[in-house]
Design a protein around this ligand. Structure first.
Ligand code: OGA
Ligand code: NI
Length: 365
């Protein structure tokens, strides 16, 4: 596949309207006027259909050690578990993923440290108008739009020449080193999972590079508690991830992530030490729909804050987002092909809206 490498990341990707800092709002009850809360309250949260707790189903857990063990019979068993997880769930957890515990713990400490700084300090890396990198909110395109109960820090981490340290917090002092190691380790894990997916999809070893997601962005989410209306606001609007493969680290011990499964919301509580993996829209398109991206959302706790770190792995600019030749030489393509640049424009000029991107990419919607 042709690639034209860009020297730095493009700057004209659109941004988000400035909205109030949610952490500061949540910290001061006096600020929570009816008018302000009106922008966050979601009538549709009433009557939400939840999975019952006694459901016998549980999200698949993939053991990366077993997948990598070339000598063992368990490898095939685990590969077929991964296939099932990709085809039937779109969401799974991985354990024994090989990211050193000290890298994860340092990342957790540093992000807690960052969100614990004063607003003024955090705003040293605030998003700038028309841009999406930095500390702020994402996907706000109009005054009428309902807002999410979250602040986020969004950073381009890979490829390394896309980094702009202006957006990387200088406080806590170990933040940058820690994010850099975390980013590198997670990219290794993403590549390893994609390799096993390619084998499951029957894609030739030499062609796997077409599936490799060399770009990575990291979004660190801070969901403050919402004492008087936690069940009426949303931390993150239902959406599927527009990238290829997401690896999520839950930093806090309170639950919040929910996925839409058979029309109902299914809560996910990560195992200690696990990473949550999910299929994004690009992987759905590349696999011509064999793997599907899954809608998910984050809900809010009444008493406790929640922090999560999502690493999005995606195609680099210059590549094409479209069904892989190796797959559509045997079947009809179901999705359009766009350059990565055009695809990013499509994504970034809309608000979050369920599987909206996929609807736009379908050839016969
Ligand atoms: C995301 C996301 C879920 C969470 O950042 O795209 O879905 O649990 N996060 O924070
Ligand atoms: Ni997401």
């Amino acid at each position: 596949m042709e690639t034209t490498e860009l020297k730095e990341r493009p700057r004209n990707l659109g941004g988000s309207m400035k909205t109030p800092n949610v952490q500061a709002l949540a910290a001061d009850e006096k600020k929570l006027t009816v008018e302000i809360m009106e922008r966050y309250i979601r009538p549709e949260m009433n009557g939400d259909d939840m999975f019952s707790d006694d459901s016998s189903e549980d999200i698949p857990v993939i053991d990366m050690n077993r997948l990598m063990d070339e000598m063992s019979m368990s490898r095939e068993e685990e590969a077929s578990k991964l296939k099932h997880a990709c085809e039937e769930w779109g969401f799974f957890q991985i354990v024994n993923h090989g990211v050193p515990e000290k890298v994860i713990e340092a990342m957790k400490d540093n992000i807690k440290g960052f969100f614990g700084l004063s607003l003024e300090k955090k705003e040293e890396v605030a998003q700038l108008p028309g841009d999406l990198e930095g500390y702020g909110q994402a996907f706000v395109q109009s005054e009428e739009q309902k807002l999410d109960w979250v602040d986020m820090l969004f950073i381009f981490t890979q490829p390394p020449h896309f980094r702009n340290f202006k957006h990387w917090p200088a406080q806590p002092p170990t933040f940058r080193d820690s994010l850099e190691s975390y980013s590198r380790e997670l990219q290794k894990v993403a590549h390893s999972i994609l390799g096993f997916m390619a084998t499951n999809l029957g894609i030739n070893r030499e062609k796997i590079s077409e599936l490799l997601f060399e770009s990575q962005t990291v979004r660190m989410n801070y969901y403050p508690p919402c004492a008087n209306a936690h069940d009426k606001v949303v931390g993150l609007t239902p959406h599927s991830d527009p990238g290829g493969l997401t690896l999520l680290l839950q930093v806090s011990s309170v639950a919040g992530l929910q996925i839409r499964r058979n029309g109902k919301w299914f809560p996910i509580m990560p195992l200690p030490g696990a990473l949550v993996v999910n299929i994004g829209d690009i992987l759905e398109i590349l696999t011509n729909g064999r793997y599907k991206s899954i809608e998910h959302r984050a809900v809010i706790n009444a008493k406790e804050e929640r922090i999560s770190i999502a690493a999005f792995h995606s195609l680099i600019l210059g590549k094409t987002v479209g069904p892989l030749a190796e797959i559509v030489d045997k079947e009809m393509p179901l999705y359009k092909s766009l350059s990565m640049q055009e695809y990013m424009k499509l994504v970034l000029f809309q608000k979050l809206n369920g599987k909206g991107i996929i609807e736009l990419m379908k050839l016969n919607p």
